[in-house]
Write a protein that binds this ligand. Structure first.
Ligand SMILES: Cc1cc2nc3c(=O)[nH]c(=O)nc-3n(C[C@H](O)[C@H](O)[C@H](O)COP(=O)(O)OP(=O)(O)OC[C@H]3O[C@@H](n4cnc5c(N)ncnc54)[C@H](O)[C@@H]3O)c2cc1C
Length: 508
C-alpha cells in the first residue's frame, strides 16, 4: 500500500454500484483507494434490480452481504409467459452451489445507501463527491488526475485508474478505445411503483411475450415493483411517459388508486463493447466498458465479475511486487466472456420478440424461433459459466473444459452444511492437495509461494469436499487463483513443482 498522503494505489472514477463494490474490494486487498464522483451524496440511480448468486457470493466475501440481506427479495419464479398466461419457461428461484439464490432483486437506492455508508467508514477509501474527473495522463508509471469541484481544480496521483464512469465514460473516450456496436437498439419505458399498504402483486421476475408489446414485470420487494414496456416503432416518447398512458398500461395488473409511481424513464436497450478494457495503467469496468440489454439481468453482475478478475491482479502487482504484465490478462480474460454475455442478452430479447410475434400471428412457436436463438438465450447459462477457449493466467496444460471455471463456494462445506471455500481461501492463491505438498516443492519455489501468501490446504477434517474438487484431487494437486478459478491441475506428466513454476513464470 502507498504511504504518501497525496498518492493512491488505485483511483476509481464513478461511484455507481460498480464503483462502490470495486472500492470495497480494493480496500479488502489493503489498496489505498481514492473515489471520484461527480454527483452529490444525495443522488442515487435506480437502474439495476438484481444480483445473481456469484455477485451475492462476492458481497459476502467483502462483508457486505449481512447488511444488505434484509433489502434483498427472492422471487418465487423467473418465467417467460405468453399473453394468454401460457408458461413457456418457468424456473423456481433456488439456492445454487454457491449457497445463494440464483437471483435476488432489490431497490437500488436502498442498496447504495448501505454500501456508501460502509465505504465512508473504511479507512482505506477516500471519497470525493461533487468532484468530476476532467482529464488524466499516464507518465512515470503513474496516472495523474485533474479533478474539478465547482471552480476549483485539484490534482491527484494513483498507480492505477479504474473507470467505473458508466455508459458515457470520459475515460473510455480519452483513451480513444474503439467501441463495437452490436446493432441492437430498442427503446423501453420503465416504471417503478410503490404499492399502497394492503395491496400485493406476485413475487416474480417475468418476461411477458405480449402480442401487442413485450413487457417485463419484476418484484423488487413486497411493495416495490418494476414494469418495463417495449416502445413500438414510431411511438412518441412524450406520449409514452404521460401518466394516463402509464396507468393504462399497468391497469391489467393493478388499479390506479392502489399504487404510487416512484420513477419513470425511457431507456435505450443496446449492445456494444470497447475493443479493449485497458490501456497502460487504466482499466474499464462495468458500463464504461460495455452495454447490454438487461433481459438477462447481467449488466451489473458482469461488472462485478470484472472487479473479481481485476483487483486481485492489481493487488499482486502493488503489494507482492508481481510483474505488471499480469495486468494484461484482465482484458484478455474478460473481453470474450463479455461478448458472449451481450450475445446471450440480445438473443433473449429476440426470443421474446419472436414469441410475441408468433402469438400475434398464430404461428406455431417452434417455427417462430431459430433454434440457435433459443440455445443462445437459454443454453444452460453458458455465457454466465464463463467457459472460454482463450487463455489468460492459466496453466498451458490446463484442460480447456476447466479454463475460466470458478469453483463453487459449496465445493467445501462445514458441519452446518454451509459453503465455505471462500472463507478457507480468503483473498489468496491456494494449493489443494490430499497430503502436504511442501516436500514436493523445491525450497525456493516453496519460499516464493509463502511470500505470495499462498494457502496450503490438505486437512479436510470437519469439512465435506464436493464432487468437482474430489474428482480433481483424485487426479493431482490444484492451484486455485484468488478469484477461485483453477490455474491448473498437476498430473502424472506435470508435477506440482512444475505447475507452481509455470505460475511463477506468468506472474513474477
Ligand atoms: C432498465 C435497466 C435494468 C437493469 N437491470 C439489471 C439487472 O437486473 N441486473 C444487472 O446485473 N444489471 C442490470 N442493469 C444494468 C446495470 O444497471 C448497470 O450495468 C449498472 O448499474 C452499471 O453501474 P456502473 O456503476 O458501471 O455505472 P453507473 O451506475 O452509470 O455509474 C457511473 C457513475 O459515474 C459517475 N461519473 C461519470 N462520469 C464521471 C466523471 N467524469 N467524474 C466523476 N464521476 C463520473 C456518474 O455520476 C455515475 O454515478 C440494468 C440496466 C437498466 C438500464
Amino acid at each position: 500500500m502507498t504511504s504518501n498522503n497525496n498518492q493512491y494505489d488505485v483511483a476509481i472514477v464513478g461511484f455507481g454500484l460498480i464503483g462502490q463494490i470495486c472500492a470495497k474490494v480494493c480496500s479488502q486487498y489493503n489498496l489505498r483507494t481514492l473515489v471520484i464522483e461527480s454527483r452529490s451524496d444525495a443522488e442515487f440511480s435506480s437502474n439495476a434490480i438484481s444480483f445473481d448468486d456469484e455477485s451475492l457470493r462476492l458481497l459476502e466475501s467483502i462483508g457486505l452481504y449481512d447488511s444488505l440481506k434484509e433489502l434483498l427479495n427472492k422471487p418465487d419464479f423467473i418465467d417467460i409467459v405468453l399473453t394468454n398466461g401460457r408458461v413457456i419457461q418457468r424456473n423456481p428461484v433456488l439456492n445454487t452451489d454457491n449457497g445463494f439464490p440464483s437471483i435476488c432483486t432489490f431497490f437500488q437506492p436502498e442498496i447504495e445507501k448501505i454500501i456508501r455508508k460502509e465505504c465512508k467508514a473504511d479507512d482505506n477509501i477516500d471519497l470525493l463527491f461533487d468532484n468530476e474527473l476532467i482529464n488524466f495522463n499516464t507518465n512515470d508509471n503513474k496516472v495523474r488526475l485533474d479533478i474539478k469541484s465547482g471552480n476549483k481544480l485539484n490534482h491527484f496521483e494513483a498507480l492505477y485508474l479504474i473507470a467505473c464512469d458508466g455508459t458515457n465514460s470520459l475515460v473510455r473516450k480519452k483513451l480513444d478505445i474503439e467501441t463495437v456496436d452490436q446493432r441492437y437498439s430498442k427503446n423501453w419505458l420503465l416504471v417503478d411503483i410503490l404499492l399502497k399498504p394492503n395491496y400485493s402483486l406476485e413475487n416474480v421476475f417475468r418476461q411477458i411475450c405480449d402480442d401487442t408489446r413485450p413487457t417485463t414485470f419484476i418484484s423488487q420487494s413486497s411493495r416495490r415493483h418494476r414494469f418495463e414496456f417495449q416502445l413500438l416503432a414510431g411511438e412518441q416518447h412524450q406520449k409514452a411517459i404521460q401518466i394516463n398512458n402509464i396507468k393504462n398500461l399497468i391497469s391489467q395488473w393493478i388499479e390506479p388508486d392502489q399504487y404510487e409511481i416512484e420513477n419513470v424513464f425511457i431507456q435505450k436497450f443496446r449492445g456494444s463493447f470497447a475493443k479493449s478494457f485497458q490501456k497502460d495503467y487504466v482499466f474499464l469496468i462495468g458500463d464504461s466498458a460495455y452495454q447490454m440489454p438487461p433481459y438477462a439481468s447481467q449488466g451489473l453482475n458482469t461488472g462485478i465479475r470484472d472487479i473479481l478478475n481485476l483487483v486481485w491482479k492489481i493487488n499482486m502487482v502493488v503489494n507482492s511486487n508481481c510483474n505488471k504484465d499480469l495486468l494484461l490478462s484482465y482484458s484478455l480474460e474478460r473481453l470474450e466472456q463479455v461478448k458472449q454475455t451481450i450475445k446471450s442478452s440480445i438473443a433473449l430479447g429476440q426470443l421474446i420478440d419472436s414469441l410475441s410475434m408468433a402469438f400475434q400471428k398464430n404461428i406455431p412457436l417452434e417455427e417462430a424461433i431459430a433454434p440457435e436463438a433459443r440455445d443462445q438465450a437459454f443454453g444452460k447459462r453458458n455465457s454466465i459459466l464463463e467457459k472460454d477457449t482463450k487463455r489468460g493466467i492459466f496453466s498451458n496444460s490446463q484442460n480447456e473444459l476447466i479454463i475460466n471455471r470458478r469453483l463453487f463456494n459449496r465445493e467445501i462445506t462445514n458441519n452446518e452444511d454451509n459453503g465455505c471455500l471462500d472463507k478457507i481461501v480468503g483473498n489468496c492463491f491456494a494449493i489443494f492437495s490430499k497430503k502436504d505438498v511442501k516436500n514436493k516443492l523445491d525450497e525456493d519455489v516453496y519460499k516464493k509461494l509463502i511470500n505470495l501468501n499462498f494457502k496450503f490446504i490438505h486437512d479436510y477434517t470437519g469439512f465435506s469436499v464436493g464432487s468437482e474438487l474430489s474428482e480433481y484431487l483424485e487426479i493431482g494437486e490444484i492451484i486455485l487463483r484468488p478469484d477461485r478459478k483453477i490455474f491448473g491441475l498437476s498430473s502424472t506428466t506435470l508435477n506440482i513443482n512444475q505447475l507452481a513454476l509455470e505460475l511463477l513464470m506468468q506472474i513474477e
